[in-house]
Design a protein around this ligand. Structure first.
Ligand code: SF4
Ligand code: SF4
Ligand code: FES
Length: 257
């Protein structure tokens, strides 16, 4: 299964180093000195304001993770905390930054000292809503039958952006692909895939894995195995890291049905 790093080791390699240094110092010092170390660590971090709240973040951290770590929600589908290079493909995490003309992608924008971020600006919300409605135009919404209902990120994002899952703003192109039940552990329903790329990233990170990837272009783009083989024949062993990171009902464990 996927092992996520403890929160203090997440973020850039610089923040990882800073956390390690702080830990080492704390182990060698008295409680009073430890408090001082923690205060100093905070002072050395980046201070910014999101939605009127002053928060601290690790240097090199992106606005997305700084916000989420402080309980401020920004819609996101493709971001992976462990990935040093965000794919920035879903275009759902737009925010507005004071002094910048156009909204920026929060998962791609590093925090800066004194930065002022607004997650609820009209321009940013309009872009995020459009991205979501485009995505929904090719998504078969049948939450009542879907094993991910209740934990699905798409439901959460639609609720946050106040967009109906049944939105018909854009012409619908629903895929009609066969559901892959060849794995003994999980089921892959490509029709529900939002092409976030999380499963591909996590699979390709593993030594001797890389069993799945993107294939084809445009409306035909899908996540599949080499040679479009059923996923159960991809020699994944008992790894199901792809299932663990899927934010919707495209990959789900058999025992959740
Ligand atoms: S993936 Fe999410 S939005 Fe789509 S049908 Fe399942 S629960 Fe509903
Ligand atoms: S199968 Fe799931 S994790 Fe993989 S790209 Fe599709 S939605 Fe993302
Ligand atoms: S989370 Fe930022 S573009 Fe997907």
């Amino acid at each position: 299964m996927l092992t996520l790093r403890p929160a203090r080791f997440r973020g850039s390699s610089r923040s990882l180093q800073t956390a390690k240094e702080s830990t080492d110092c704390a182990e060698m010092s008295s409680p009073g000195e430890r408090t001082e170390v923690r205060v100093l660590a905070r002072v050395k971090g980046v201070s910014l304001t999101i939605d009127g709240r002053k928060i601290g973040a690790a240097p090199g951290q992106t606005v997305l993770w700084a916000a989420l770590d402080n309980g401020i929600y920004i819609p996101n589908l493709c971001a992976m905390r462990e990935s040093s290079e965000p794919s920035a493909s879903c275009r759902l995490c737009f925010v507005e930054v004071e002094g910048t003309d156009d909204p920026v992608i929060a998962c791609f924008t590093p925090v800066e000292e004194g930065m002022v971020v607004n997650t609820g600006g009209e321009q940013a919300l309009r872009l995020a809503r459009t991205a979501l409605e485009l995505l929904l135009a090719s998504h078969p919404v049948d939450c009542g039958q879907c094993p991910s209902s209740g934990s699905c990120e798409l439901q959460k994002i639609a609720g946050h952006l106040n967009v109906k899952l049944s939105s018909k703003r854009f012409k619908r192109h629903l895929p009609e692909l066969p559901v892959d039940s060849s794995s003994k552990l999980f089921i892959y329903d490509p029709n529900k895939c939002v092409l976030c790329g999380r499963c591909v990233w996590v699979c390709q990170e593993k030594p001797d894995r890389g069993k799945i990837g993107f294939a084809y272009r445009g409306f035909s783009r899908i996540v599949t195995t080499f040679g479009d083989e059923p996923i159960g024949r991809a020699a994944c062993g008992d790894c199901s890291d792809c299932v663990a990171v899927c934010p919707v009902g495209a990959l789900f464990f058999r025992n959740t049905t």
